[in-house]
Design a protein around this ligand. Structure first.
Ligand code: AP5
Length: 211
């Protein structure tokens, strides 16, 4: 068991969600996944969900103010006291600076993956609109084609996994998120992980990095 505050940094499809799930399963720390939090709001059809859907489907980033609001609330919940893993946040320098004022980050794991692998992963990803479980048609398929193992719902492709949206997400990543590598490197807490390896091997490298 670890008690650490971890950030998972990486391009769309680099495996942040897959690794966050494994870290949480092994270490029982809280997960703060802004993509899933926003998708929950979309599912509820809340005002926030309606606003976020348009931006997300187009592959753009949701405004910093909205993200910081939901993360701030999440950090106040008691399960975050024993450590947490941030999946997909921060994603801009402004978010990182604001987070630095409200919490302490111990380590930033930078999942490095080539663009070719990213495209293969995102084009083959399927998700469950009911329980948000994630699959890949080749790498991690469900037992029954197109059906969620966990709740039996029909799997779908994410709107933002369409080629035009993926292109935009990769541009947003290069422009707004990649600079975070330098930001955290200067703080001495950035650790590079080869995210292009099989899921279990990436996880074992993460385990070594977090000790
Ligand atoms: P979010 O849901 O966080 O999307 P993302 O960052 O683009 O990341 P992905 O979910 O696409 O990929 P991942 O790295 O988690 O990969 P995964 O593990 O699923 O955010 C969605 C949107 O919300 C954003 O575009 C933005 O609009 C908004 N948003 C969220 N946070 C925000 C923020 N902080 N600021 C502003 N806006 C924000 O893996 C991908 C596939 O590959 C899966 O099928 C998986 O099974 C498979 N796979 C994973 N690892 C491996 C492996 N090692 N080998 C083989 N297959 C693998």
């Amino acid at each position: 068991m670890i008690k650490m505050n971890i950030v998972l940094l990486g391009a769309p499809g680099s495996g942040k969600g897959a690794q966050a799930e494994k870290i949480v399963a092994k270490h029982g720390i809280a997960v703060i996944g802004t993509g899933n939090m926003l998708r929950e709001e979309i599912k509820k059809n809340s005002e926030l969900g309606k606003k976020a859907k348009q931006v997300m489907d187009a592959g753009q980033l949701v405004p910093d103010g909205i993200i910081l609001g939901i993360v701030n609330e999440r950090l106040k919940q008691p399960d975050c006291k024993n450590g947490f893993i941030m999946d997909g946040v921060p994603r801009t320098i402004a978010q990182a600076e604001a987070l630095g004022k409200i919490t302490k980050i111990d380590i930033v794991l930078d999942l490095e993956v080539s663009e070719k692998v990213i495209i293969e992963r995102l084009s083959g990803r399927r998700f469950c609109p009911n329980c948000l479980a994630v699959y890949h048609v080749i790498n991690t398929p469900p037992k029954k084609n197109g059906i969620c193992d966990k709740c039996g719902s029909r799997l779908e492709q994410r709107e933002d996994d369409r080629p035009e949206a993926v292109k935009k997400r990769l541009q947003e990543y290069a422009l707004k998120t990649k600079p975070l590598k330098e930001f955290y490197k200067k703080k001495g807490i950035l650790k590079k992980i080869d995210g292009g390896q099989p899921i279990e091997k990436v996880f074992s490298d993460i385990e070594n990095a977090i000790g």
